[in-house]
Design a protein around this ligand. Structure first.
Ligand SMILES: Cc1cc2nc3c(=O)[nH]c(=O)nc-3n(C[C@H](O)[C@H](O)[C@H](O)COP(=O)(O)O)c2cc1C
Length: 186
């Protein structure tokens, strides 16, 4: 199998990471690959916010997730639930919040979103090629209120996901449907 195909097939969405730091150089390498994604009209619509492991801003992210969960459930989080959220956010190696530029023209916004998804795939494949892995989340962490003001982002942006980047623990294999099952030849 050629290297590109092998890389594509071995990339796995990852949630369990080794307790090992990722270098700034590697983070820059994968983000640079992200910026080489296709994008229509040269909008280059990707915006990244990198939060490293011991960054105090993680406390605010934890509080944001707790607030959101309490708002959704109408109940206070128990001490155990709070501890679980804290552990989950604090132990994640590198967090990259990925945004897409929103345009007055909804068609351009949709193209931009597509381009940023391509950027995420570039980032993930490049990470895989250097022994790292990524986990893409559109869960609570990406839905926290006022994230953009917390990060002091002024452009009109929509979140595309939060990527956790780190050295993966062994992961289960995945399957895909056969091409014949998803393709109509005419
Ligand atoms: C737009 C998008 C949003 C996703 N959001 C989440 C998420 O919130 N939580 C999660 O565990 N995985 C999330 N994933 C990862 C998928 O669940 C994962 O890609 C899928 O299980 C297939 O696994 P693989 O990527 O390892 O092949 C997301 C993937 C995409 C493309």
């Amino acid at each position: 199998m050629n290297e590109v195909i092998e890389n594509i097939k071995s990339r796995r969405n990852t949630k369990n990471f080794e307790n090992k730091d990722v270098s700034v150089e590697d983070i820059k390498t994968i983000l640079d690959a992200g910026t080489w994604a296709p994008n229509h009209r040269d909008t280059q619509p990707w915006r990244f916010v990198v939060i490293q492991k011991n960054e105090s801003l993680r406390e605010k992210i934890i509080n944001g997730i707790i607030d959101l969960k309490e708002k959704d459930s109408g109940k206070m989080q128990t001490d155990e639930q709070v501890l679980s959220i804290k552990n989950s956010v604090m132990t994640k190696p590198v967090l990259i919040f990925v945004y897409s530029l929103v345009d007055d023209n909804p068609i351009v916004s949709e193209e931009n979103y597509g381009a940023v998804c391509c950027a995420i795939q570039n980032i993930s494949l490049t990470a895989t090629s250097i022994g790292l892995a990524t986990g893409w989340s559109t869960g609570k962490i990406s839905q926290i209120d006022n994230l953009k003001s917390l990060f002091e982002l002024e452009e009109n942006l929509r979140i595309v996901g939060v990527l956790t980047v780190g050295y993966p623990k062994p992961q289960p294999s995945k399957k895909r449907k056969k091409v014949e099952d998803v393709t109509k030849w005419i």
